[in-house]
Design a protein around this ligand. Structure first.
Ligand code: UD1
Ligand code: CA
Length: 482
């Protein structure tokens, strides 16, 4: 790569009309991040001295989405063409360096491809990135001389039949010395089919001046694709996802179906990780050795330790899953949850801001939020921590080896002591002492001889207008039952 200081100019002022969106095009998401974020990441990988983003329509929204201190912003108030857009950025660039022009809506380019363009420009020449397409419609065409050297770029709307037949196209990516670019862009006219200042016209100027001009063909034309509408966005998403799945597989991850994995962030992983179909990984996801993620699970900003298993249809967000833990199927693990080793979280269990100690089990239909659960605790089906009083959140503490019977409400703040047992169906409002059985339960009554109401009998009268149904004489009232 050239050691000349590098400035990157990212063009992002286009209207993006064909997106039919209120949102600026470069803010539309690819793999969970704005298109522009992908371009900036690639630009940064080249180690430039500065990055200038040219924005236009909706520019404030774009700037707000990227408060990154290493970015300079210039506005192109009127979209008068790519040459005009670059002209807006040039005053911000020093004469001594090399300028690389990128598009904010071309997100798949890899740093190594751009490095080839920078290298081809060398210290003092110009280089453009080209691609060979089966269908070159819409693109500027690369015209070469009899010796095969780059001669000029002709926009499709300005091209005759012979030029339109050329399948090598201009990707729009270009590198040139800042001083030369300044001179050339200053001389651009708009006497063409679109009445625009074409950046592409600088190629013919370079050739006329005898400045070395190189056309670097991309090895993979897919990399150079841009987004103009939502169909192209979806196509690029598939390409991006394919690339991500392939990278994971090469690194030793089993991906059951690379077409049915979604990566919207970064994945770190150990050996022998298995990802089943329909898995969505968002944000930063860390998966230890031997982690298995079942079908249709969503993991966002999650760390899963060695040997843990996430069973089908489980959603885990901002949580830590300990070694050998098993979560799901159909579990929801919300932010702030930490599951220690060998924990078991079963179906229809919701956890939020909960710490669950080693070997503890919450296997069915429970809500455990704002809770500290010790080791080897068993929480029965239908247990609910009532953590919210309508104004404040309160914590529930369940100490080691406690046993919570099914259908228990733990009204926080409350502590269940070590080794305590809570009888099924209890509403626990005060601390339960360690080692004892605590329960709160209405006594069971039986009313011998009670008969169900029948349709062929007149309805039974209510007593005292208090909404109470009159009971047969032989049945004791529940309150009286002791
Ligand atoms: C341009 C190239 C064409 C190339 C094609 C690749 C020119 C004259 N033509 O076509 O050779 O094949 O890209 O996609 O350069 N932009 C601005 N301000 C403007 C105009 C455009 O910032 O005034 C930005 C757009 O946001 C976009 C990029 O420049 O990111 C390209 O603009 P677009 O209109 O898509 O490309 P064309 O000019 O049609
Ligand atoms: Ca375009």
């Amino acid at each position: 790569m050239s050691r000349k200081p590098l400035s990157v100019v990212v063009l992002a002022a286009g209207q993006g009309t064909r997106m039919r969106s209120h949102r600026p095009k470069v803010l539309h998401a690819l793999a969970g991040r704005p298109l522009l974020a992908h371009v900036l990441e690639t630009a940064r990988a080249l180690g430039p001295e500065r990055i200038v983003v040219v924005h236009g329509h909706g520019g404030e929204a774009v700037r707000a989405a990227f408060p990154d201190p290493d970015l300079a912003w210039v506005e192109q108030a009127e979209q008068l063409g790519t040459g005009h857009a670059v002209a807006q950025a040039l005053p911000a660039l020093p004469d001594a360096g090399l300028v690389l022009v990128l598009y904010g809506d071309v997100p798949l380019l890899r740093p190594q491809t751009l490095a080839r363009v920078v290298e081809a420009a060398g210290g003092d020449g110009l280089a453009v990135l080209t691609a060979r397409l089966d269908d070159p419609t819409g693109y500027g065409r690369i015209v070469r001389d009899a010796a095969g050297r780059l001669a000029r770029i002709v926009e499709e709307k300005d091209a005759g039949e012979a030029v339109r037949a050329i399948r090598e196209v201009n990707t729009g990516i270009l590198a040139a010395p800042a001083a030369r670019l300044r001179a050339w862009v200053g001389r651009l006219g708009r006497d063409n089919a679109q009445g625009e200042y074409y950046l592409t016209d600088v190629v013919a100027m370079a050739v006329a001046e005898g400045v070395p001009a190189a056309a670097v063909e991309a090895e993979d034309a897919d990399e150079t694709l841009g987004v103009n509408d939502r169909l192209q966005l979806a196509r690029l998403e598939r390409l991006w996802q394919r690339r991500a799945a392939e990278a994971l597989m090469r690194a030793g991850v089993t991906v059951r179906d690379p077409a049915r994995l979604e990566v919207r962030g970064t994945v770190e992983h150990g050996r022998d990780v298995e990802l089943d179909v329909g898995v969505v990984l968002e944000g930063t996801v860390r998966l230890g050795d031997g982690v298995r993620v079942g079908p249709y699970c969503v993991l966002r900003d999650v760390t899963v330790a060695d040997g843990a298993e996430i069973l089908p249809f489980t959603l885990v967000e901002e949580a830590e899953i300990g070694p050998g833990a098993r979560v799901g199927p159909y579990a929801r693990v919300r932010p702030g949850t930490r599951l220690a080793a060998r924990t078991r979280i079963g179906n229809f269990v919701e956890l939020k801001n909960a710490e669950v100690g080693e070997g503890s089990k919450i296997n069915h239909l429970s809500y455990v939020g704002d809770a500290t659960v010790g080791r080897e605790v068993n929480i029965g089906a239908g247990t609910i921590t009532c953590n919210y009083d309508g104004a404040h959140k309160h914590r529930t503490v369940i100490e080691d080896e406690a046993f919570i019977g099914s259908d228990t409400q733990l009204v926080a703040p409350v502590t269940v002591g070590r080794g305590a047992t809570i009888g099924a169906g209890s509403t626990i409002t005060r601390d339960a002492p360690p080692g004892e059985l605590t329960l709160s339960r209405a006594p069971q009554v039986t009313r011998p001889g009670w008969k169900r109401p029948r349709k062929d009998e007149p309805p039974r009268r209510r007593r005292g207008g208090r909404g109470e149904t009159e009971r047969p004489a032989e049945a004791p009232r529940e309150e009286e039952g002791g």
